[in-house]
Design a binder for this molecule. Structure first.
Ligand SMILES: Cc1cc2nc3c(=O)[nH]c(=O)nc-3n(C[C@H](O)[C@H](O)[C@H](O)COP(=O)(O)OP(=O)(O)OC[C@H]3O[C@@H](n4cnc5c(N)ncnc54)[C@H](O)[C@@H]3O)c2cc1C
Length: 348
């Protein structure tokens, strides 16, 4: 397994759990895009025009996470927390309200019926939000988890299952037709099958892709603050001046504010980018005024040409490339792991 983000870690786990002997290469596991992610598993709130296929896939993600949670529990006796809070979608001004209406229309076409909610009827649901936001849409069935916890539990379970973690970058890969080789600066490792789960990063030399899939990095930043606990309430999604904003609130007052999206790859947080995110956050959720800014996290979303995730078997057939998960890699990780398992089993 080349790459130990959420995709590589979950895939390594499922393979090791089914008896495979797995070596995972990554100089910094869990510190790629996965590090920046808010952890929403929100198939319905992520509905977008033209993304029906992606939605159908994402719909399977929450049940798949529940199954993965059970498998993790069997191995390490620790429960991954999955918070099934749903989503509250709101608008900042009249033109944003039109965007919410458009969302509702597309959602209905996808078979999802968001429920209209009013602050006057359910003030708790709107706690912390600007007084001018008096209505919204409640979308049931969405959830969130903490990607740091998922990474920690998968890492612990992989250790129990004997996954060998090599903290090195793979520079070159080779397919002998009967097996695979992966070369780092210090060694060459041999195996029977290999999976490249390198996110938005360039593939190692020697990876022969078909050219159908091509991943580009889309930079995103989340800000982490402490000081508002609405963890018993739905995740907030807002349209603000045409931009999107979300707030994931964890028990204890830790909140994730997200997310910026730039067609850029430099690992920097620009002041303007940060200013827009915090401005949107404070307009929609003025209760954040006195929250403490803890940190920002930056990641490169792996976006395929058609924005769809993929699992591509590379010629001549013993390496596969699992990527393109874009905004949804945390959501889709258990499904990518199943693809890895099917691929491995097809070769034995
Ligand atoms: C700001 C932000 C917010 C997000 N929020 C959400 C969300 O709420 N819900 C959701 O579902 N998704 C979210 N995403 C998307 C999600 O984070 C990604 O789709 C997902 O993390 C991709 O996982 P990955 O394992 O493919 O990539 P990564 O996490 O980037 O992991 C790739 C790993 O490969 C390693 N690597 C690369 N090249 C090599 C090599 N040659 N040799 C060895 N190792 C190598 C890297 O070190 C890295 O650890 C968000 C993304 C961002 C940026």
């Amino acid at each position: 397994m080349v790459g130990g983000g959420i995709i590589g870690l979950a895939s390594a786990f499922l393979l090791a759990r089914r008896g495979w002997s797995v070596t995972l290469f990554d100089p910094a596991p869990g510190k790629g895009a996965t590090w920046a992610a808010a952890g929403m598993v929100a198939a319905s709130a992520e509905i977008a025009p033209g993304e029906q296929t992606n939605y159908e896939l994402q719909k399977c993600a929450l049940p798949a996470w529940r199954e993965l949670r059970a498998e993790l529990r069997d191995v390490i006796a620790i429960e991954l927390d999955i918070h099934e809070t749903g989503t509250l979608m709101v608008a900042w001004d009249d033109s944003d309200r039109r965007l919410v209406d458009q969302f509702a229309q597309v959602a209905e076409e996808f078979g999802v019926r968001p429920q209209s909610v009013q602050r006057s009827v359910d003030p708790e649901m709107f706690s912390g939000l600007s007084g001018r936001i008096i209505e919204g849409l409640f979308i049931d069935g969405d959830a969130w988890l903490d990607p740091d916890q998922a990474v920690a539990l998968l890492t612990a379970a992989n250790e129990v299952l004997g996954v060998d973690v090599v903290a090195e970058t793979v520079l070159e890969v080779f397919d002998t037709g009967e097996g695979v080789r992966a070369t780092t600066t210090t060694r060459t490792h041999e195996g029977s099958v290999g999976i490249l789960a390198t996110g938005a990063n360039p593939l190692p030399n020697g990876a022969r892709t078909s050219g159908v899939n091509a991943v580009r990095p889309v930079r995103g930043m989340t800000a982490r603050v402490l000081g508002l606990d609405r963890s018993t309430q739905p995740t907030v999604r807002a349209f603000v001046r045409g931009r999107t904003f979300y707030l994931v609130s964890r028990p204890g007052g830790y909140c994730i504010l997200g997310a910026t999206s730039e067609e850029r790859s430099e690992p920097v947080v620009e002041v303007g980018e940060m200013q827009r995110l915090l401005r949107d956050a404070l307009d929609v959720v003025p209760a954040l005024e006195t929250a403490n800014l803890l940190e920002t996290r930056l990641g490169l979303r792996p976006a395929n040409v058609d924005l769809e995730p993929f699992f591509e078997v590379l010629a001549p057939g013993r390496w596969a490339w699992s990527s393109g998960h874009y905004r949804h890699g945390v959501t889709l990780a258990p499904l990518a792991a199943r693809d890895a398992l099917v691929f491995g089993e097809s070769l034995v």
